[in-house]
Design a binder for this molecule. Structure first.
Ligand code: URA
Length: 217
């Protein structure tokens, strides 16, 4: 009875609209959730998007990477992080000794905001429950937040990434490692700044790996 109470409390705190009962099939649960995302009309973004981008990867991942929202390439193909920022993320994942299909990659918002503007408050409010449900189904051991927009929308905070990175945070009891968004690095012009930011991301990823005994870069 206490176990059930703990599960219900977890879902209530997460604002989840559906119960994912431990022991159920994550593949089926994710497929059902994807069907819902692909029919979503909760906010204006469904009118301007080309494709929904629900997220993809393993359904039993150690790590979930969370970005802000799909960009132009992602919108075109319905897949997360496949443009330039995605190519850098792929390199980071490879350097960690992992591959895209062993992790899960998603976004706070599942439709591209016009001209890649930041998602608006109500768009996040409508879409965030999808990410919360994805995380509840996937039950990763670590969440990596890519950039301050993803971080602050997930946690309801207003951190600067430069200041908060290096700290270990948590999301519904799951360790959360904040780091720079790959696009933030790609937008830099100064070569020294680029190297520094890449090195800092690598430091953050070592923290992630340290939370996963048995995984080494
Ligand atoms: N930037 C993001 O935040 N997400 C993507 O999927 C692609 C680029």
């Amino acid at each position: 009875m206490n176990g059930l109470r703990a599960i219900l409390k977890f879902y209530a705190e997460m604002g989840a609209e559906f119960l994912h009962l431990p022991g159920s099939d994550p593949r089926a649960d994710l497929a059902e959730l994807n069907r819902e995302i692909l029919q979503c009309r909760r906010c204006r973004l469904h009118e301007t998007k080309t494709h929904y981008v629900p997220g993809e990867g393993s359904n039993r991942p150690d790590i979930v990477f969370v970005g802000e929202a799909p960009g132009e390439t992602e919108d075109q193909f319905g897949r997360p992080f496949i443009g330039k920022a995605g190519q850098l993320l792929d390199k980071i994942i490879q350097k960690m000794g992992l591959s895209r299909d062993t992790v899960f990659i998603g976004n706070v918002v599942k439709c591209r905001p016009p001209n890649n503007r930041e998602p608006l408050k109500d768009e996040v409010e409508f879409c965030l429950p999808f990410l919360q449900r994805q995380i509840a189904i996937l039950r990763p051991r670590v969440i990596v937040c890519l950039g301050k927009v993803a971080l602050n929308n997930m946690l309801g905070t207003s951190h600067s990434m430069g200041r908060i990175r290096g700290q270990l945070l948590s999301f519904n009891g799951i360790p959360l490692v904040p780091t720079y968004h790959p696009a933030f690095i790609l937008h830099k012009k100064d070569k020294e700044e680029i190297s520094k930011a890449k090195w800092e991301v690598w430091e953050d990823m070592q923290k992630v790996l340290a939370l996963l005994p048995g995984k080494r870069p």
